[in-house]
Design a protein. Structure first.
Length: 202
């Protein structure tokens, strides 16, 4: 393998990215990567990408989202979403080079921290993360079944009555007109003005 060079991912890299991912995962995910590349190109302030090339051939890729304000945080953080290396060229340091490419771009955005997650049983990934400086963080990932919640029945005038959540509280999607009220509540809870964060969510 000749010297590996790094650059950002380009739209024309899609076919090769899908090919590498299919070789790793055992199935193609073209739609997923097509959308991810489109978003990364359209919002460069929200995504960082890294591509590793051996000559003119793409042999690895990485995507990271830029988060700011999530879970009350005040600093920008890069979230490593995807990293993949052609199985034919693995174990040669390409993954570390991809991370170095992301970190270089993070520095230009004044981002000093990268986070990710992995299945505990995926020992190849956990070994890779351990070897590249990632450490366990003291936080828990929570998951909830999103099927309808059971609610207790009430008896009203001798008839069974099931109070629904919508009968008690009006719930709708977040709108831009809600930002002032939301930031007012948020500032009382956090002591911070995070208007820009919520404007990016509208």
């Amino acid at each position: 393998m000749s010297s590996v060079t790094l650059r950002s991912l380009h739209p024309e890299d899609l076919d090769r990215v899908v090919e590498i991912d299919a070789a790793i995962a055992g199935r193609p995910r073209r739609g997923f990567f097509e959308k991810r590349l489109d978003v990364a190109q359209a919002t460069p302030d929200k995504f960082i990408t890294s591509a590793a090339l051996d000559g003119d051939k793409l042999i690895g890729y990485a995507f990271a989202r830029i988060q700011e304000g999530e879970f009350g945080g005040t600093q920008k953080v890069a979230i490593l979403d995807i990293i993949g290396v052609d199985p034919a060229t693995q174990s040669k340091g390409t993954g570390k080079q991809l991370l170095a490419g992301l970190e270089e771009r993070m520095g230009k955005n004044n981002i000093s921290s990268m986070r990710t997650q992995a299945e505990w049983t995926d020992t190849s990934m956990t070994r890779f993360f351990a070897a590249t400086g990632f450490k366990l963080e003291p936080r828990q990932i929570l998951i909830r079944d999103c099927s309808p919640l059971e609610e207790e029945e009430e008896v009203v005038d001798g008839e069974d009555y099931i109070p629904l959540s919508r009968d008690k509280v009006l719930v709708r999607s977040f709108q831009a007109s809600d930002i002032a009220g939301i930031t007012r509540i948020d500032s009382k809870l956090t002591g911070e003005d995070r208007t820009k964060y919520y404007e990016g969510k509208a």
